[in-house]
Design a binder for this molecule. Structure first.
Ligand code: ATP
Ligand code: MG
Length: 302
């Protein structure tokens, strides 16, 4: 067996180091200070998040990854103002925020377009709510539909679109309100692998071309390393930051970097944080029930 010797995931070329040092000098769009969130569960209080501290710089792309139930959705919902923090503060451009606001755009895993409105009208909705005239809202919506490559579908209803197209409209709808930060909770989680890969490339293109900062939740290691400047790894019970990783893969990204040593080293390191050695061995102890007769005429399968 050939074993690949991976570099240290902390190793950065001079160009990557230089980029991170410029990134850290940018202003801070969102700051999370000592954020703790507790829920009242059936069996007593649950600490979903404990002492989260994070600074997201202007035009940075930050991914948050961690095992199921570690508080990723709670974090993004609290940042969006949809959940109240138990303690701690969230600052947007140095100002404390406690309620939802148009400066924070949200995209969810579930399809959340209004089914009774066309693509164009879905995008116009927020613009009209915030006081734009109908003709301005319409021309803005046209620009956004074309940015996400859906100009031919502007009069279609969500039920006439594929999952990937629906999420492109959801991204356009969120961006049309010109938020300072886009908060995305596993936006591609419901898509098949190929559509998901295309959507990642789309999102990278959008991020490169418009002035937006992104905080993106994912379960997918490839997605996190491909998209992020930095990856925040959470651990569960309570949800705490385990490590914040500066991804050493050079920007701008492209899918051919998936097999570069620095990509694989970063992915491997995150994997060891999320699934410490031995954790998956529990699967061996599963009490499997034989549902069918395993005798077969082909002999041993394994
Ligand atoms: N409204 C609520 N009431 C009580 N407990 C909650 C509530 N929302 C979340 N929790 C608990 O907080 C913890 C974190 O949940 P959360 O949904 O944020 O996790 P997650 O990391 O997004 O999980 P997944 O990867 O499965 O989406 C879990 O233990 C969950 O049961
Ligand atoms: Mg979640």
């Amino acid at each position: 067996m050939i074993r690949l010797k991976l570099p240290d995931y902390k190793y950065q070329t001079e160009k990557v180091k230089e980029r991170f040092s410029r990134l850290k000098r940018r202003s801070i769009t969102m700051e999370v200070r000592n954020l703790t969130k507790k829920f009242q569960g059936i069996d007593g209080p649950v600490t979903a998040l404990k002492n989260i501290n994070l600074k997201v710089h202007k035009r940075e792309f930050v991914c948050v990854i961690g095992p199921s139930g570690c508080g990723k959705s709670t974090l993004i919902r609290t940042l969006a103002g949809l959940e109240e923090a138990t303690s701690g503060e969230i600052l947007l451009d140095d100002k404390v925020v406690t309620k939802p606001g148009p400066e924070r755009g949200m995209v969810y895993q579930e399809y959340t377009l209004f089914p009774w409105l066309t693509v164009k009208k879905n995008i116009m909705f927020g613009l009209l709510e915030s006081g734009a005239t109908r003709s301005n809202a319409e021309s803005e919506a046209r620009q956004w539909t074309s940015l996400v490559g859906l100009e031919k579908f502007e009069n279609h209803y969500p039920s006439q679109l594929s999952g990937g197209m629906k999420q492109r409209v959801a991204i356009a709808r969120a961006l049309a309100n010109q938020p300072k930060i886009l908060l995305m909770d596993e936006p591609f989680g419901a898509l098949d692998a190929q559509t998901r890969a295309k959507m990642q490339v789309y999102l990278m293109e959008i991020w490169k071309n418009i002035d937006i900062t992104i905080l993106f939740i994912t379960h997918d290691l490839n997605e996190a390393v491909y998209l992020a400047d930095r990856v925040v790894v959470l651990k569960a019970n309570p949800g705490e930051i385990q490590e914040i990783i500066e991804v050493p893969v050079p920007q701008p990204r492209n899918p051919s970097q998936f097999i570069t040593p620095e990509f694989l080293a970063t992915k491997h390191h995150i994997e060891t944080l999320i699934h410490p050695k031995g954790e998956l061995k529990e699967v061996d102890n599963l009490n499997l029930v034989r549902m069918v007769n395993v005798k077969s005429d082909i002999g041993d399968v394994f």
